[in-house]
Write a protein that binds this ligand. Structure first.
Ligand code: NAD
Ligand code: 89V
Length: 346
């Protein structure tokens, strides 16, 4: 049995049940849900009851001071991250923070620098690259089966009513690039490597929302590859593929596609192979969220393994600064009408 790591979860809102279910399922890998915290005591106590967590708090500072945590998982919204990450670092507790890392690049850089300076593990819960279909896709590309990947289209288009569960998204000034763009831009990095420059067009197609709900971005990667990266919460296409990311990658020797289903098509050595690429339906998951939910489990599992091994997570704070720099570059490109090179601090 692996050494026990006491986990505290901060934020017991809409998405936290996926974190709590995952940590509970990771008991066999040594995770022990020790405490939950929400500034709303009703949410904290309800989460403790549903997930059988021994203690609950409405003050994160108290939880960090009174518990002997081996890991704090921060599942609150971005505007709270800097303060909560600061508290975790002060108590020298390794921390994971949900995406988006922060509200702007300066806040993200400050958190990354503070963690680096203190030598405290800090990672971002950037779960798209841990989705079951993406894990396979990354493996195919890395295997060399399609040769050098030199063109891609990465596309998340839906009209699913995300505002029902996450009404705060209606009033975000910087909306889809931060909320969803961070996921698809991270996939672009994971699949094709770092980015030299990008251009972007945004639209606000839903008059109910405050910020942009559609982004169409064109990336030139350092390898010479080009990718078109798109996301929208305002598509009227049927069937609606929420929450699938559809991907086409062409390489010097073949191609790989993730089509609705999701179904994977690999063309290598002139032969097409088609296979089902759906994520397993975990006992606590429900469609259509199951791909996201399984990726939360996979992300938490990755974090636990990295922490145990004394190494950074694949989506460490320093790694995620590169993804966040792409989000900022997209806003700048949209505002200036120019291609922008991402500026990664630190
Ligand atoms: P939410 O508003 O429903 O929940 C946030 C909770 O945090 C609330 O209950 C609130 O009371 C609590 N909170 C706020 N400040 C706090 C503090 N200082 N200490 C303790 N608790 C505090 O939000 P949500 O929809 O659950 O989203 C949370 C985060 O998860 C967001 O950043 C969102 O982007 C992200 N998210 C990620 C995915 C994904 O697939 N990775 C999916 C959905 C949401
Ligand atoms: O990340 C998010 O906020 C979710 C999604 C379904 C895209 O994962 O809305």
């Amino acid at each position: 049995m692996a050494e026990r790591i006491a986990v505290g979860v901060v934020g017991c809102g809409f998405f936290a049940r996926n974190h709590l279910s995952s940590w509970r399922d990771l008991a066999g890998e040594g995770a022990a849900l020790a405490a939950v915290c929400d500034i709303d005591p009703a949410k904290a106590s309800a989460a403790a009851e549903v997930f059988g967590v021994p203690r609950w708090y409405s003050d994160p500072e108290r939880m960090l001071a009174e518990e002997r945590l081996g890991l704090v998982d921060i599942a609150t919204r971005m505007d709270t991250h800097r303060e909560l990450v600061g508290r975790a670092i002060k108590h020298r507790v390794p921390a994971i923070v949900q995406k988006p890392f922060g509200p702007d690049l300066a806040a993200c850089a400050a958190m990354a620098e503070a963690a680096r300076g203190a030598g405290v593990f800090l990672a971002i819960h950037e779960n798209f690259r841990f989705q079951a279909p993406m894990r396979r896709l990354i493996e195919v590309v890395k295997s060399g089966a399609i040769g050098e990947a030199n063109w891609a289209r990465i596309s998340f288009r839906t009209g699913y009513d995300i505002y029902k569960g996450q009404p705060y998204l209606l009033t975000e000034q910087r909306f889809v690039i931060l909320d969803l763009g961070c996921h698809v831009l991270d996939l672009a990095r994971a699949l094709l490597g770092e980015v030299e420059h990008l251009s972007a067009e945004t639209q606000r197609r839903n008059p109910r929302v405050r910020g942009e709900d559609t982004a169409t971005m064109l990336l030139r990667h350092r390898s010479g590859a080009v990718s078109m990266v798109e996301c929208t919460y305002e598509s009227r296409r049927l069937p609606d593929t929420f929450p699938e990311t559809l991907i086409e990658i062409e390489g010097s020797k073949g191609a790989v596609m993730l089509r609705p289903g999701p179904v994977m098509e690999v063309t290598a050595s002139g032969t097409l192979t088609t296979s089902e690429a759906d994520a397993p339906l975990l006992p606590w998951a429900e469609r259509p969220w199951h791909i996201v939910q399984e990726s939360v489990f996979a992300t938490c599992s990755h974090m636990l393994a990295a922490l145990r091994a004394g190494r950074s997570a694949d989506t460490s704070a320093d790694d995620n600064l590169k993804t966040f720099a792409l989000c900022e570059a997209a806003y700048e490109a949209m505002a200036t009408g120019r291609a922008v090179a991402p500026r990664v601090p630190g």
